[in-house]
Ligand binder design. Sequence first.
Ligand SMILES: [Zn+2]
Ligand SMILES: [Zn+2]
Length: 117
Amino acid sequence: MFWRWKIRKKHRDQERREQKDAEEGWRQQIRDEKDEYDRRLKEFRSVFKCHVCGKPSARPYKTISIVWDGEYDGNRVSHESDDWTRPDDLVRCSQCQNWTCQKHLEEDLCKKCGEKL
Ligand SMILES: [Zn+2]
Ligand SMILES: [Zn+2]
């Protein structure tokens, strides 16, 4: 009977190895996605910064879209995605069109334009 046990063990070990490989691949994918996000965020922050103090934007603008989950059940779920074309915490000055942080913005004008008034 010992040989039967050995065959079962061989299969079990193989299954476990495959599972481990799959998990490792999955973890690697998450790491890659995170790296990609960090890289993108770094690039984003080098582009979008306050033109008065140079403070970079903390994060991209989040767009929340409502999508229908399933065709018939009518469940609505909100789907969040990053809009990399605009920052969440900076506003364009209505006069000079430069990105401005809240600290250097009054209504729709930046500090620089305000001082020139
Ligand atoms: Zn600023
Ligand atoms: Zn301005």
